[in-house]
Design a protein around this ligand. Sequence first.
Ligand code: PLP
Length: 371
Amino acid sequence: MTFARTYLDYNASVPLRAEARAATLAALDAAGNPSSVHAEGRTARGLVEAAREEVARLVNAKPSEVVFTSGASEANNWVMAAGWETICVSGIEHDSVREPARACGAKLVALAVSASGVADVAAIGKMAGTGRTLVCLMMANNETGVIQPVAEAAALAREQGLALHVDAVQAPGRIEVDFAALGADTLALSAHKLGGPRGVGALVIRDGVSLPAFVKGGGQERRRRGGTENVAGIAGFGAAAAAIVRDHDAALRMAKLRARLEDGVRQATPAAVIIGNDAARLANTSCIALPGKAAETLVIKLDLDGVAVSAGAACSSGKVGASHVLEAMGLPPEIVRSAIRVSLGAETREDDIAAFLAAWEKVAGSAAIAA
Ligand code: PLP
């Protein structure tokens, strides 16, 4: 007997979209190397270039600005490795920004974060633009969904003569990403966070910005990233990007469902705290703390009840530790320890919310307390 599962962990990975699956499978049969001049090579090249156009369209960039990578972690590592003297990192950045920033030998400056989870970008305006300085600010946080003032950060960085890198991994399909208008220097994307395959992503590099190759080798990606392209993964990425562009009202649907979910949580567990509730958030993300309960226990019990959510950032294998994001927000330990993340997607239906709420009532509601 199989049990129906309810998947509400879209910020960790979005299930492969049908369009992306079809494009990936079809591209697996393309025999050629995209760098080869023969017909087979040209077919593979065509798939890569078509996907580049779709990804560029998704974020309003030029196709020439899109460089395919093995994912957003590589894209973020690449930018950190570019020989900065100073890197200013917000306290809520993903580990794939924080760790290489720490390791690269640059002077680190922290950008403070409010209790609502918003980075204090005004501090960028006070940073002296001496030497090579990079500011890193994500577009929206993967744990809380809180949307960051990246446009303001970009304007301030420009005034001060600083470079700006934006990790936009959690944004596509949830909020608009307009690379041309934003004026950031670089922007990281990940295919599997938008319904494409895992293990492929992109770094969008503004025309004119020079970044030494991180993966050195052949002359692929116009000498910017060595290595034969992951043609099937890239084709799937392009198809997922195109599907998102077509699905105009996904964010609206998710916002309605999340409102229902959060109302239900408040009713079942009045002590629950919705983190980042007073800030602008992605429509799909709900970070819920229930003081007195351990997040890991909630996640395991919900899983046994058929519902997949995560505790804090579950990007790396089985990682459960205090969330640096919630700590950077200065939240008390009982909130940090009990916070789970529920994240919806374009395919989430009312039934999924009902299933979550039934399981939540059972594991965290009055029935659980009475038991
Ligand atoms: N940045 C953010 C905000 C993320 O949520 C993730 C998720 O893992 C990454 C970067 C890394 O992306 P990837 O899995 O493509 O390396």
